[in-house]
Design a protein around this ligand. Structure first.
Ligand SMILES: [Zn+2]
Length: 262
């Protein structure tokens, strides 16, 4: 807060004291904490999360186990803080430097995937990786389910790259240090899968640890043993081979087409 006011020393001490009392009151009254082995779970009294604490603990324990299984190394201390919110607009996000993950967890929607946990540990593995590439890795195992016109569909999220204009199926779209939407994330995820299957996991992680914001071109040519144009052709062919998602996924849920999502 940047409010410029002139205060006497005494007034200043008093107001700082008041602020501290206010803050500690907030944290005590606002959040309760449940300690799990690898994380601390923060939730508010009277919420869906409090009523279903065992389910939440189980879900996030599984998410952490997956992270530990797939990454070459993770640092478990200090413990990750998991915050559960009712009606969180963005469903989930991570504050990597604070080691916090925030999820929507209420009666209507619960985000329990390992995606946000991955952001924390990937950042610690190498904080210099361009954000869009990191986002790509976080997505490679995520699934998307949809009920549409009486049928249930279940795909890998990144299959949606097939709905992105083919002119964007290129390595030039992957190593940006920004990321704005699902299309960006799904192109990057498809490329991560291509890299992992082509190079193998140990070499993928060597690449990942050596990557920074600017060296991806040289590093890509060295690891693939091909020039960029050839790597790009291989990537395009790989995206072509990904099965098309059912057309149902072209219909985003809206009030007008609600009747079709049954
Ligand atoms: Zn993400």
């Amino acid at each position: 807060m940047h409010i410029k006011v002139k205060m006497t020393q005494r007034k200043r001490v008093w107001s700082i004291g008041l602020i501290l009392v206010f803050l500690s009151g907030c944290s005590k009254a606002g959040w309760k904490v449940e300690e799990a082995e690898d994380f601390d779970l923060y939730y508010k009294p009277g919420t869906y999360a409090e009523a279903h604490l065992d389910d939440a603990l189980k879900s996030y324990t599984n998410a952490m186990k997956l992270v530990e299984h797939v990454l070459p190394a993770i640092n478990k201390t200090p413990k990750v803080k998991v915050y559960l919110h009712e009606g969180l607009k963005h469903k989930g996000y991570a504050k990597v430097e604070k080691r916090e993950v925030h999820f929507r967890y209420d009666a209507d929607f619960r985000l329990t995937s390992s995606h946000e946990f991955l952001h924390i540990f990937l950042y610690e593995l190498n904080p210099h990786v361009p954000i869009r590439f990191e986002e790509g890795y976080c997505r490679i195992r995520e699934r998307k389910r949809k009920r549409f016109q009486g049928q249930d569909h279940d795909i890998l999220y990144y299959q949606l790259v097939k709905f992105v204009d083919p002119s964007r199926w290129t390595i030039e779209e992957v190593f940006h240090d920004n990321y704005k939407d699902d299309d960006d994330g799904n192109i990057a995820a498809a490329y991560v899968v291509y890299m992992m299957t082509t190079l193998g996991e140990p070499r993928f992680w060597q690449f990942y640890r050596g990557l920074d914001k600017r060296n991806w071109r040289a590093l890509t040519e060295r690891y693939f043993g091909q020039d960029l144009k050839t790597v790009d052709q291989g990537f395009k062919a790989f995206v072509q081979s990904i099965p098309n998602p059912p057309d149902a996924f072209r219909h985003k849920y809206s009030a007008e087409n609600e009747h079709l999502h049954k």
